[in-house]
Design a binder for this molecule. Sequence first.
Ligand code: UGA
Ligand code: MN
Length: 323
Amino acid sequence: MKSVLFTRFFILLPWILIVIIMLDVDTRKPAPPLTPRPYFSPYAVGRGGARLPLRRSGPAHGTQKRNQSRPQPQPEPQLPTIYAITPTYSRPVQKAELTRLANTFRQVAQLHWILVEDAAARSELVSRFLARAGLPSTHLHVPTPRRYKRPGLPRATEQRNAGLAWLRQRHQHQRAQPGVLFFADDDNTYSLELFQEMRTTRKVSVWPVGLVGGRRYERPLVENGKVVGWYTGWRADRPFAIDMAGFAVSLQVILSNPKAVFKRRGSQPGMQESDFLKQITTVEELEPKANNCTKVLVWHTRTEKVNLANEPKYRLDTVKIEV
Ligand code: UGA
Ligand code: MN
């Protein structure tokens, strides 16, 4: 009985081998590319990396079985989403500022723009603008109480908090996706390299800011990869002597510190950043970016107030144009 089985096995063996070889030859055919576009590193910026990351499509139906004998492709690391919170308010240059900003953001992979209007309602101008911006975005609004609209008082406190609340709400029930939060004022100038740097933020990262604090730049001072002080022309005694444009926070840190917000009460002018960072991190923990904080990749530019002295009071133009 045993020997019968044995001979049958040897008769079948060549056939089994032939089938295996044929299947193997089939799988060696070059697999169709996952997408028609070439792959670019999502971490790179510029021509390639600036594109939206390619979708990670699984094997198409029918090819699944055939691919089984091949080594399984390693899952790509998920590209962290950059959430940019931008407070904005109505003024003659608003659309111009937002246009510059969108032109930058559109070149950054996996960026979600949280635009928060300082207004009692979402304006038509911003709604129309966002609808055509070609960016994943969320449009929020919250008015700054009148009593806080005074020179010398911090700006955009309520708007940044509204952005934070939205972010926390959105990620309330799902497992935290990798993400990085950045406060992007609407009038600053952002290099694409900046987004590449902040994308790898583990907790809180920092970098220099150009044209700020009455100096050409301010920057965190770094020794042996750690922040040890601040190069600044204004109140160097602040625990975190840094502008809003000089740091990013991981989504994880935002979610695990649900009470961290920008405060009106007790907050002195220019202390907003420091007061916020104090709630979520320590100076020792900060991650220096931009080549140990030696490169300026963002500028605290300010747009001059426009001169509208020649606007007509009557004899208006025959058409109504949005500017
Ligand atoms: C500096 C800091 O860089 C800001 O991050 C900080 O919010 C601000 O001071 C402050 O005083 O609190 P600065 O250029 O003086 O920035 O401020 P703006 O650019 O005028 O305002 C910062 C952001 O708040 C902008 O995105 C702006 O559109 C928005 N904003 C300003 C409002 O939403 N409402 C306002 O009434 C004024
Ligand atoms: Mn500004």
